[in-house]
Design a protein around this ligand. Structure first.
Ligand code: HSE
Length: 429
């Protein structure tokens, strides 16, 4: 195993405590032989594994003759990328929880695995303990996929839940997520939407059978979200969720992938996903709507996915699926990505304006001029001359038109700053 942090500690615990169960299930005894860490003295003192198993020599793990499989739970890209490549070149199956590695270098590593007749299993890279990779690659294989709508970052969902229902500030909620072990070592990866974007790249590649890299996913995080918009959303019957969305309309080749705070109706199933929980809503042409829900972060849920992958390798089905199915992005073509401006959705716009005669008429005239049809208009009572929030929601419209209209609105004299634009999701049936 490479790494003995939060997830590595959980894997070591499962392999120690459930050794008999796993032997009974697979007919093989699994032994954790060696653990590669940066600081061997600290790892030996942790009591998580027997001290003689700890090493700071990468070769002892990735090239050890007595090692069949390497579990990578260190995270980050360098030096782990080289360790994983060497393990594959040395004929070792790899189980990894590393979404950033796969989102950036998956195709090259999958190809290396194929050349050396070994496999990479990566359930833990997306959605923690939820078996969403297995669902997409095995359970739903009969389907053409129309859409994925995911809550894929536990830290952001925790922050949004606590800010919405718990009355906490953004900073308090983030600190609590970090203390609970959900957040990345660098929490900007969580709150910027980058972590969810990496997971979406992996899941959407599998779902649509195309190559999508982390950088292909346009990501907006929760760090810029204003409490005012959460409150207006609430008034309009919406909850805000950081949604990772991959869509392809039936019969179309274009794929749209993005991560952003979205409003969804409070009675949608995804709106019920609270705290650090994750969920992935998958729409397939034959199966219809399916939903996968569970703990998307934290020590034991992630260890559950890692060890399940490990058992999948031991039992032979994971390597068989890897080598016999054309699923991974080393075997697929780059995704035809739809220009963001051409994507369509309903939107929420909030404008801050001096309360003067004629502002509403000018705003609606700009929106109407772009062919944008309004669904709701909301303004609270105010005093003439004060700054007031003007909120509108639209029917389905092109994002490019909304963004152009927002620019024109921002240029109006009484309007203060830029309008806030938030996507309103109407989930497919
Ligand atoms: N930091 C991630 C999250 C967990 O908060 O969901 C690991 O993917």
């Amino acid at each position: 195993m490479i790494g003995l942090g939060t997830v590595g500690g959980g894997v070591a615990k499962l392999l120690r405590d459930e050794a008999d169960l796993y032997a009974q299930r697979t007919g093989r005894r699994i032994e954790l032989r060696r653990v590669l860490v940066r600081n061997a003295a600290k790892a030996r003192a942790s009591g998580l594994v027997e001290p003689d198993k700890v090493t700071d020599d990468p070769g002892a793990v990735v090239a050890g003759d007595d090692i069949d499989m390497v579990i990578e739970v260190a995270g980050g890209i360098d030096p782990v990328r080289a360790f994983v490549a060497r393990a594959l070149e040395n004929g070792k199956h790899v189980v990894t929880a590393n979404k950033s590695l796969l989102a950036a270098h998956g195709p090259a590593l999958f190809a290396t695995a194929r050349q050396h007749n070994v496999s990479i299993a990566f359930e833990a890279s997306c959605g923690g303990g939820i078996p969403c990779v297995t669902a997409l690659t095995c359970g739903l294989m009969a389907n053409r996929m129309d859409g994925l709508y995911g809550i894929l970052n536990g830290t952001c969902n925790y922050i949004l839940t606590e800010m919405t229902a718990g009355g906490k500030t953004y900073e308090q909620a983030l600190k609590e997520a970090q203390d609970a072990g959900f957040a990345e070592a660098d929490p900007t990866l969580d709150v910027s939407g980058a972590d969810a974007a990496q997971k979406l790249a992996i899941l959407a590649s599998l779902a649509f059978g195309v190559k999508i890299e982390g950088d292909d996913v346009h990501a907006v995080g929760v760090d810029g979200l204003d409490l005012k918009d959460i409150a207006f959303g609430d008034e309009l019957g919406f909850d805000v969720k950081l949604l990772a969305i991959a869509e392809r309309w039936p019969g179309e080749k274009w794929v749209n992938v993005g991560v952003q705070p979205c409003f969804i109706k409070k009675d949608e199933l995804l709106a019920q996903v609270k705290g650090p929980f994750n969920a992935l809503s998958v729409h397939g042409h034959a199966v219809g709507h399916t939903l996968y829900y569970g703990q998307g972060a934290g020590q034991m849920p992630t260890a559950s996915a890692v060890v399940s992958d490990l058992l999948g390798v031991v039992s032979g089905w994971a390597p068989a699926a890897f080598s016999n199915l054309n699923l991974t992005p080393d075997l697929t073509e780059p995704a035809p990505l739809l220009d963001r401006a051409d994507t369509e959705s309903a939107y929420y716009l909030r404008m801050e304006t001096l309360d003067e005669p004629g502002v509403m008429a000018k705003v609606t005239s700009i929106l109407g001029g772009k062919g944008i049809s309004l669904s709701t208009v909301l303004q609270h009572e105010s005093k003439a001359g004060e700054v007031v929030s003007l909120v509108v929601t639209t029917h389905m419209t092109r994002l490019g038109d909304v963004e152009e209209a927002a620019k024109e609105i921002a240029a109006l004299g009484p309007i203060q700053g830029e309008p806030v634009i938030i996507r309103v999701i109407e989930m497919p049936a």
